[in-house]
Design a protein around this ligand. Structure first.
Ligand SMILES: [Zn+2]
Length: 415
């Protein structure tokens, strides 16, 4: 008898947000403490058998996944077909398992039919361990938000203890993930060939979306959504986070510092940037904290991108983002500014987000032109903080109440 008691929702939409180290979807009831939540977080358990062979749901035999035929009805604008989609799902899964001795994925398409337990009242068939579907909003109401590209639900079952991936028994983890369903919004358009990024910017890079959704299927959440539950080993974003393979929460703490380029941050789940960069240090740390193992290979991961902002005295601006080094970022911003302005200078180089505010000529009329004499600039990992600080600095400069508005804002890791 199967009873699915709790359902966790994790979604991916493109909204502006900031980012932090990593977060877990957590136990059903948050303790209010991120480290305690990590110790209790829902996850896939270590099993000796596999779903296909012994009917056991868990890491044994790899996480067994099945691709529904609806994936073949996705609107690919680059003529990708069903086999291409399946190949990219397989590659995205393999990236999450890269370097991990236990976290593997096994394609059981054709052997186990996908099933969505909540679709029919009383339905007990959970399908494979991870099922991939494409759905319309009619079929899956969560897609009524037209901005939503994908949606992943995992199902966990209350249990007395969970055997972790390092074979330790945890009596703190009381929720075992048994099934996950990844859905792609069929009403959107998709591509795999990265050259379509420029030609069809309204469409979604399919591998990037799948890459992000798989993180949810493993139990990871959006780092930017619950700042108080974000975990890191230190306050430095972008660096490797060592995970103790026999005591995963040891040495970890709550940190508000961010690495906005993480695959689990939803800001850029659209264009191919996340796919090009791969898992960053925080994504891998989240994985290894939920699925510790002493045989995990330490590999170089994506660290950071740089952006820069330049301006001239006349108010011309130049921007750059996505640069590999500070020097390149500065050169590109200067060149951009010099295209229209004279005597441009670099004002900021940063690896988070920047906001540039200017005063209005008519300080009581928000619609009036900008006054290049009064301005403020701020950088922060959180774009909202950057905006607030830039406007505050500009208002102080202008000296008249609420004279300033944001003129330019972006993040180094934006697409
Ligand atoms: Zn998401």
């Amino acid at each position: 008898m199967h009873r699915l008691i709790a359902v966790w929702f994790a979604l991916s939409v493109c909204l502006v947000s900031s980012a932090m180290a990593f977060v877990v979807e957590g136990p059903r009831k948050s303790t209010g403490n991120a480290i305690e939540d990590l110790k209790r977080a829902s996850r896939w358990a270590m099993t000796t058998g596999s779903l296909v062979e012994t009917g056991q749901r868990g890491l044994g035999g790899g996480l067994e996944y099945s691709v529904d035929s609806s994936i073949c009805t996705i609107n690919f604008v680059d003529d990708s077909d069903c086999d291409d989609a399946k190949r990219m799902i397989s590659q995205a899964l393999a990236r999450w398992g890269d370097g991990h001795p236990v976290l593997r994925f096994t394609d059981v398409t054709g052997r186990i039919s996908p099933a969505f337990p909540l679709a029919v009242l009383g339905e007990t068939d959970q399908g494979a361990e991870i099922d991939f579907y494409a759905s319309t909003a009619m079929e899956f109401p969560n897609f009524r938000n037209a901005l939503m590209n994908g949606y992943t639900i995992f199902y966990d079952r209350p249990i007395d203890y969970v055997t972790l991936s390092n074979n330790e028994r945890s009596t703190l983890v009381r929720d075992r993930i048994e099934s996950a369903d990844v859905r792609v919004n069929k009403e959107r358009c998709y591509y795999i060939d990265e050259s379509f990024e420029m030609m069809r910017p309204e469409c979604v890079h399919f591998p990037t979306l799948i890459f992000h959704e798989i993180g949810h299927a493993l139990g990871l959440g959006h780092p930017e959504e619950k700042p108080s539950l974000n975990i890191d080993a230190d306050d430095i974003p972008y660096n490797p986070m060592p995970i103790n393979c026999m005591a995963a929460s040891e040495g970890l703490k709550i940190s508000r510092n961010v690495a906005g380029s993480a695959v689990m941050v939803r800001r850029n789940v659209h264009a191919p940037g996340l796919w090009r960069r791969g898992l960053n240090y925080d994504d891998v740390a989240g994985r290894d904290a939920l699925y510790p193992h002493c045989g995990i290979e330490v590999k170089p991961r994506f660290s950071q991108l740089w952006g820069s902002f330049a301006r001239s005295a006349m108010g011309d601006v130049g921007v750059s983002k996505g640069a590999d080094t500070q020097e390149i970022a500065q050169q590109l911003a200067l060149r951009d500014c010099s295209a229209t302005g004279q005597q441009c200078g670099v004002v900021q180089v940063f690896n988070g987000c920047v906001a540039y505010a200017m005063a209005k000529e008519d300080v009581f009329n928000a619609q009036s032109a900008f006054d290049a004499r009064y301005w403020g600039i701020a950088t922060a990992q959180d774009p909202v903080a950057a905006r607030v600080n830039a406007v505050r600095e500009c208002n102080l400069e202008r000296g008249v109440g609420n004279a300033c508005r944001v003129h330019t804002e972006f993040c180094a890791f934006d697409e």
